[in-house]
Design a protein around this ligand. Sequence first.
Ligand code: AMP
Length: 281
Amino acid sequence: MLIITDPAQMAEQCAAWRQAGQSVALVPTMGFFHQGHESLMQAARKNAAKVVLSLFVNPTQFAPTEDLAAYPRDMERDKLIAEGNGVDVLFAPTPELMYPQGYDTWTQVPGLSRLLCGKTRPTHFKGVCTVVLKLFNITRPDLAFFGQKDWQQLAIIRRMAGDLNLGVKVEGVPIVREADGLAMSSRNSYLGEAERTQAPQIHKGLTLARQLFAAGETRSSVLRKRISEFWQEKLPLGRVDYLELVHPETLKAEKTATPESLVITAVYLGKARLIDNQILG
Ligand code: AMP
């Protein structure tokens, strides 16, 4: 596995592969790998001749009050995991190489970015779109893999790729969970013991909505109320940021649930802000 830090060198490598007729898949990450990341690497490995895994804790997607400095990192372990999953290049640029002095260009998908996580993180998706567009421009991938755990991010990147004719196929990969149902996340490492014990209740609450829907309940207000009551009892350490029932592509709130509807949430638990979602049907 090659390790590249220079965007120009990364671009040259991908251009050489393209010229040789080899397809390129990109997997953008912020590192501190878990099995969720590995499942993206494996999907990329299966579907393209060459796999580029980017590892970049992107400063522009963190607000000044957020956890940029504390974000967990373990480059040596990450290298081994990437290599073990057949990654061809680990692209790990520095912030200075990605945002040199005078950097002043931004990309936004404002409509989708204002909703859900955008309410408490109003600048987050502008940073995400900008860095992902830069990564797309550097690598010009045929395919790019994103996790469904960050459902809103996936919807925004799909919209950006379509709107800007980027010619990359954006693939969503199912959420990988711990045995107890908690969605895997690098930020789970922030959880204290009692918080970690309660954290699986986030997923259990969303699953309760699925069960109620299967039993015939379609009123969004009732489904949300039942989840909230469940969490009040089972997740007392949690503070709900949002809990919505939305259309999976437009992310607009729906009053009446359909099998395609998505229940989606963000919950503060100790130092962590955890997100999760589930299709109802
Ligand atoms: P991150 O390093 O947290 O920015 O995540 C990098 C990519 O991995 C994103 O596309 C995430 O959606 C995806 N990802 C993170 N956690 C999971 C998970 N538990 N299951 C599937 N994909 C995930």
